[in-house]
Design a protein around this ligand. Structure first.
Ligand SMILES: CC(C)=CCC/C(C)=C/CC/C(C)=C/CC/C(C)=C/[C@@H]1[C@@H](COP(=O)(O)OP(=O)(O)O)[C@]1(C)CC/C=C(\C)CC/C=C(\C)CCC=C(C)C
Ligand SMILES: Nc1ncnc2c1ncn2[C@@H]1O[C@H](COP(=O)(O)OP(=O)(O)OP(=O)(O)O)[C@@H](O)[C@H]1O
Ligand SMILES: [Mn+2]
Length: 309
């Protein structure tokens, strides 16, 4: 269902509502955390996020999914051409119909979509990052971009124009904070999946950081969990939390009807870091996940934060 169509001319007869339904089902199946967040959104925004989710997921699957071994830079060029067609109003695959509709309803810029494809090109051509700057660029491309796309759909708060001193105030657009949440999520994802990525020969943790804690690539491939590793992980977790804190500061600038879902998504994803700590940083033999009862406990807390913060 998530694969590319064979021919770029294969126009599709899917209706808008069928296409959105397909996007809803795919989101529900692939991303429990984000799907829960979207269920708290008003209908139009929720549907748009599903359409965007599916495009992002398909982009990611090109280099991360079951067909990844046949993906080349040329595949990504074709994917970018399909993206240009979508932005020109020409859907190719059934799920593109919903995205074309979404582009008509919200003012989305094509650049973050292109940037995400550039992130997948990085994934194809390298499996190490020397510095945090290198990794940060990768994280912006594959996840900060999701923040920008989501922000365009979610919208910002409107100043109360009945109050005279608000009249010439411009609306704050929390772009940096939206990118920060994407990066925080991606860093979390990287920490959770260290073992899985190592089995594919990939190390996302900056090599500079490994050296700082005297931990070698060989240690990582052997899944060594000792004090050097725990110190390294504490350092990485602290860095990810700083991005969550920056993101939190942007939520009050968002449209009120979207603050609860964003708080929820932020809290649920950040809790994966707490679970890694509970597992004493063993990300090699255990997958850190947030149990459903803890996810549910977040809902009222997130709602309260959305109201008062
Ligand atoms: C509730 C809500 C608004 C959700 C956004 C949903 C959305 C459009 C998600 C797209 C995710 C996606 C498939 C991205 C492709 C690249 C990728 C895989 C990135 C990683 C996601 C993790 O997904 P998962 O846990 O399923 O990973 P596995 O594949 O299973 O390993 C990422 C970690 C990136 C996720 C980034 C975001 C959801 C951005 C969040 C930012 C905002 C919603 C902006 C909020 C605004 C302010 C001001 C704070
Ligand atoms: N609670 C769990 N218990 C056991 N395995 C799990 C659990 N949660 C996830 N997994 C395994 O990990 C895979 C992907 O997990 P992941 O946490 O990314 O879930 P997800 O559905 O993508 O939701 P999320 O949006 O939280 O990432 C699942 O398909 C499943 O095989
Ligand atoms: Mn997942």
């Amino acid at each position: 269902m998530l694969q590319l169509s064979k021919s770029p001319c294969m126009r599709t007869p899917a209706t808008r509502s069928d296409s959105y339904e397909l996007c809803r089902q795919i989101t529900a199946q692939y991303a429990k955390t984000f799907y829960l967040g979207t269920q708290l959104m008003p209908q139009a925004k929720r549907q748009a996020i599903w359409a965007i989710y599916v495009w992002c997921r398909r982009t990611d699957e090109l280099v991360d999914g079951p067909m990844a071994s046949s993906t080349t830079l040329e595949t990504l060029d074709r994917w970018e051409e399909q993206l240009e067609l979508i932005f020109a109003g020409h859907p190719i695959d059934p799920v593109d119909v919903a995205l074309v509709d979404t582009l008509g309803r919200f003012s989305l810029d094509i650049q973050p979509f292109r940037d995400m494809i550039a992130g997948q090109r990085m994934d194809l051509s390298r499996n190490r990052y020397n510095t945090f700057d290198d990794l940060n660029l990768y994280c912006y491309r594959v996840a900060g971009t999701v923040g920008l796309m989501s922000l365009a759909v979610m919208g910002t708060a409107q100043p109360d124009l009945s109050v005279p001193w608000n009249r010439d105030q411009s609306i704050y657009y929390p772009k940096e904070e939206a990118i920060a949440l994407g990066i925080a999520n991606q860093l979390t994802n990287i920490l959770r999946d260290v073992g899985e990525d190592a089995r594919r020969g990939r190390i996302y943790l900056p090599l500079d950081d490994l050296a700082l804690f005297n931990y070698t690539e060989a240690d990582l491939f052997n899944g060594i969990v000792d004090e050097r590793w725990r110190e390294l992980m504490r350092f990485q977790i602290q860095r990810a939390r700083k991005f969550y804190t920056l993101a939190e500061e942007g939520i009050a600038a968002l449209h009120p009807d979207i603050r609860w879902p964003v708080w929820t998504a932020l809290m649920l994803y950040r809790q994966i870091l707490d679970e890694i700590e509970r597992n004493e940083y063993d990300v090699f033999n255990q997958r850190a996940y947030v149990p459903t009862w803890k996810k549910m406990m977040c809902l009222p807390v997130a709602q309260l934060r959305a109201r008062v913060l």
